[in-house]
Ligand binder design. Structure first.
Ligand code: FAD
Length: 391
């Protein structure tokens, strides 16, 4: 298949005693979506895989998010990786029996400047960005009263339920013989050895996907990339019958945040417009968006950056996001079921840390809010030993 499988199957690194209980062809540290996607791809290529996680099930960023695989809005140089990821999501979902659908994303334009940005994005990307009229926006959001000038639909984008996907994939892999060591903290990794709270494990190759916890095993990489934690205010509300069950909505704030759209010439005008029209959202570094899941509608979000964030949710910020999101959806009296603080790794200098500290170790951390979108593509990069796009 590739360089890494060739390395692993070569005589030098092959374990001589396959019966040793603490060996596998590949150890994966972290049972979030990135570690699980890597384990899934490696298992499909016939490798024996051992996944180690400090928790007793996936509870990190991979279940806290929108489940929005938003390929189209990513930067131009991530489009190929997104396509590989999309194929991976579809195949893994079929394999493990969780739902991955492709309803696309709707972006309402509530001002001419927002529409101008979407027109530029359409001119840049062609059919991947379909311009739609006001009536189509109303239908796609289930809100006939939204005051908008039109919008866009991104048909390639996918959706999963984040509370279903990673747990289902872990269960599926365990049932297929992938070994899981839960409640096991990894302290150091190097040269084919993982020192953990439950002993030392060996493998020809070790892939480390610890999300925001990279400091535990690779503090130097944290320093090199200035990695910190991004905290996001999220909520789950009831879904009224009028809101489509496959809703995925981005808005004007999103246009300024996703690299693909944010590269359009009129985005600076939009930033200025949002600064005066929605100063509180601008202050909260908001990305007003929503996706529907079987339990309701996931809404958010705000962004705060810190190396050791406070755990508290700001009630005013949470209410602001609730108000703005439900205005788009025409939900006058939202019923809030849950609120939580989401957390993911962030770096001001890169979207992806993909490093090889030694010949037998790969470290992969998505350092922005796009890990659901690209996880299965990044898993492919990890197993082929390829560099991150743009390098
Ligand atoms: C609120 C929110 C909204 C988001 N929305 C989107 C979205 O719409 N689309 C999108 O593409 N992305 C989104 N993201 C980002 C996405 O969720 C993450 O990029 C992705 O889930 C990261 O996956 P991961 O496997 O790297 O990390 P995680 O899911 O955090 O998993 C890391 C795992 O490693 C384990 N671990 C860490 N350190 C150790 C150790 N030393 N020993 C043992 N185990 C360890 C942890 O227990 C954890 O299970 C969002 C994130 C949040 C928080």
């Amino acid at each position: 298949m590739n360089l890494y499988v060739q390395v692993w199957t070569g005589p030098a690194h092959r374990p001589t005693m396959k019966t040793m209980t603490d060996t596998a062809d590949l150890i994966v540290v972290g049972a979030g979506i990135l570690g699980l996607a890597t384990a899934w791809r490696a298992h499909r290529h016939g490798l024996s895989v051992h996944v180690i996680d400090r928790a007793d099930r996936p509870v990190g960023a991979s279940i806290q998010n929108f489940g929005h695989a938003c390929f189209t809005a990513q930067a131009d140089d991530l489009q190929d990786l997104g396509a590989v990821s999309a194929d991976g999501w579809a195949a893994a979902a079929a394999d493990a029996g969780f739902r991955a659908s492709r309803p696309g994303t709707v972006l309402p334009a509530v001002t001419p400047v927002e529409m101008q940005v979407l027109e530029e994005f359409h001119a840049h990307r062609g059919d991947d960005v379909r311009l739609i009229d006001r009536g189509a926006v109303h239908t796609m959001l289930g809100n006939p009263d939204l005051d908008c000038v039109g919008g866009a639909h991104l048909p390639r984008d996918m959706r999963v339920n984040p509370r279903e996907a990673a747990p289902a994939l872990a269960r599926h892999l365990a049932a297929r013989g992938v070994r899981f060591s839960w409640r096991t903290s990894v302290h150091t990794v190097g040269d084919g050895e993982a020192l953990t709270s439950r002993g030392v494990f060996h493998a020809p190759q070790i892939v480390v996907c610890p999300g925001e916890h990279l400091n535990d095993t690779h503090p130097d990489l944290v320093t090199d990339h200035d990695i910190r934690t991004c905290t996001l205010t999220m909520a789950l509300i009831d879904r009224p019958s009028g809101t489509p069950a496959d809703l995925a909505m981005l808005t004007g704030t999103s246009m300024t945040r996703y690299d693909g759209i944010a590269a359009m010439p009129s985005v600076d005008d939009l930033r200025r417009e949002l600064g005066s029209r929605e100063p509180a959202l601008t202050e909260a570094i908001a990305n007003v968006m929503a996706t529907a899941v079987p339990d309701g509608i996931l809404i958010g979000d705000s962004h705060d950056y810190d190396t050791s964030p406070d755990p508290f949710i700001d009630a005013a910020q949470s209410d602001l996001l609730l108000d703005r999101t439900t205005r788009y959806l025409g939900i006058a009296r939202p019923v809030v079921r849950q609120r939580w603080q989401g957390r993911y790794a962030d770096s001001p200098s890169t979207n992806l840390v993909l490093q090889h500290p030694d010949d037998r170790t790969t470290v992969a951390v998505v350092t922005s809010g796009i890990g659901m979108t690209l996880s299965f593509g990044i898993a492919d990069l990890i197993l082929t030993g390829a560099d991150a796009p743009g390098k």
